[in-house]
Design a protein around this ligand. Structure first.
Ligand code: GUN
Ligand code: ZN
Length: 450
């Protein structure tokens, strides 16, 4: 008889060990303590990019006697890899451009920069830079705008494939109110090209495709109609819809002028068949009650992008409205690079807390971490495979470092439990807060990517 009848063959198996937290349910809808699972000393066993086992080390280590590769983290916290529900990789080079209003900022900086992405070389240079930055900040899943041109789509999917990351992206549809170089030649051609790219990339490895009308003002009614048809054609195959909604008052007034027959901005998307499961809208700062109801009823997700909303000043996302238990809307975090000023989803949480405080709506650390992990995965309808540290899930992990610098190390000594430590680290969000990231089990560290 072997000594341990349950022992598992060790070839190709690795493991991560340390204090860990994960979620089992939505803490906006259930008592917070019932939604989290905390391990003092977890062993997360990884095989073929997936978590094959997770429990307290002492309980399961005997099952894995020959486990030779164990990354052990002390003074750290292992959490599910972060989910960025909205960003524009094509705006990496213009982060921090002075913007007096959203529409002026788009015209002055954003549109000219995006015209550079007709070049495959430039597109792949920026795609790689962007993904390396967010990976080292713990993001393992990202829902990203490309821009008009096919090379901008190919580049981000190629770069994600090389890195083992899950990226949702697609061609941006925009056939009016953008400079000519970015403008689609016709609604029909633009949606045909989008479908071609969808067939090329959707479901290839971890890559997923989104139909992306930039926002209602930059599409003709015909383009929205065709975009809606494309989304509905492939929705059941897991294709997404991604756009902007209700970001700023002036933008909302413009939409009302362009679409006078629609009852609201949300109603524009609804009328053209662009609401539903896997439809994700960024910002949602100035939302009427009936719009929240539509978003809830149709199963849409929304992305809270606090640093961008503060930076561009359009308005503020009210998470307490979005997550109203009477009609909750799936909500995750978005960095919204380059309107956003943060490549780190964890850093966005610090801004989200302050946005809540302005309205006396504190965001607890448990709810906050949920939004960055399982909440994001639910928003993107991926919560059966990422956003949790759970057997059978993709091995997408971020390791937060409680001694990433001298001050943080000292500050942590003043905390009495893991939630206090996590809240202080979130608030300080030092640039080296993440010691390592695992994307489908592939490890990335700051040291290896200097
Ligand atoms: N609305 C339409 N396009 C954009 C964009 O690129 N950034 C932001 N923040 N809002 C938009
Ligand atoms: Zn955006």
């Amino acid at each position: 008889m072997p000594q341990n009848p349950e022992a598992v063959s060790m070839s190709g198996i690795t493991a991560v060990r340390g204090e860990a937290v994960t979620f089992t349910a939505d803490p906006f809808l259930h008592p917070e303590e019932e939604c989290v699972r905390h391990y003092d000393d977890a062993l997360i066993v990884i095989s073929d990019g997936k978590i094959m086992d997770v429990s307290e080390y002492a309980d399961i280590a005997p099952k894995y006697p020959g486990l030779s590769v164990v990354d052990r983290y002390e003074d750290a916290l292992i959490v599910p890899g972060f989910v960025d529900c909205h960003a524009h990789y094509v705006q990496t080079s213009i982060v921090g451009s002075y913007g007096d209003t959203l529409l002026a900022w788009l015209n002055r900086y954003t549109f000219p920069e995006e015209t550079r992405f007709s070049s495959p070389e430039y597109a792949s240079l920026i795609a790689g830079r962007f993904l390396d930055r967010i990976l080292l900040r713990g993001t393992t899943t990202a829902n990203l705008f490309a821009t008009t041109y096919a090379p901008s789509v190919d580049a981000i999917f190629e770069a994600a494939r090389e890195r083992g990351m899950r990226v949702i992206s697609g061609k941006v549809l925009q056939d009016r109110n953008v400079p000519e170089a970015l403008r689609d030649p016709s609604a029909e051609e633009s949606v045909e090209l989008s479908e071609e790219l969808l067939l090329k990339w959707h479901g290839r490895g971890r890559q997923l495709y989104a139909v992306i009308p930039r926002f209602a003002p930059t599409s003709t009614p015909r383009q929205l109609e065709l975009a809606g048809e494309l989304y509905r054609k492939y929705k059941d195959a897991g294709v997404y819809m991604h756009s902007h909604l209700d970001e700023a008052e002036k933008e909302i007034r413009w939409v009302a002028e362009l679409y006078p027959d629609c009852a609201s901005y949300t109603d524009v998307y609804r009328r053209y068949g662009l609401t539903g499961e896997r439809a994700v809208f960024a910002h949602c700062c100035v939302v009427r009650p009936e719009e929240w109801q539509t978003l809830h009823d149709s199963g849409c997700g929304v992305a809270h992008c606090p640093s961008s909303n503060l930076f561009l000043g359009g308005g503020q996302f009210k998470f307490w409205e979005a997550k109203d238990p009477e009609r909750p809307v799936l909500t995750g975090m978005g960095t919204d690079i380059g309107g956003g000023t943060n490549f780190s989803v964890f850093g966005e949480l610090s801004e989200a807390y302050k946005v809540g405080m302005i309205k006396a709506q504190p965001l607890s650390i448990i709810r906050s971490l949920y939004l960055a992990t399982l909440g994001g995965a639910e928003t993107l309808r991926l919560s059966d495979r990422t956003g949790r540290i759970e057997k059978g899930y993709d091995a997408d992990l971020a390791v937060l470092d409680f001694k990433c610098n001298d001050f943080v190390e000292w500050r942590m000594q003043q905390c009495s439990n893991v939630w206090e430590r996590l809240f202080a680290l979130q608030t300080l969000h030092p640039s080296r807060a993440v010691a390592a990231t695992y994307a489908a089990g592939r490890k990335y560290t700051r040291e290896a990517h200097k």
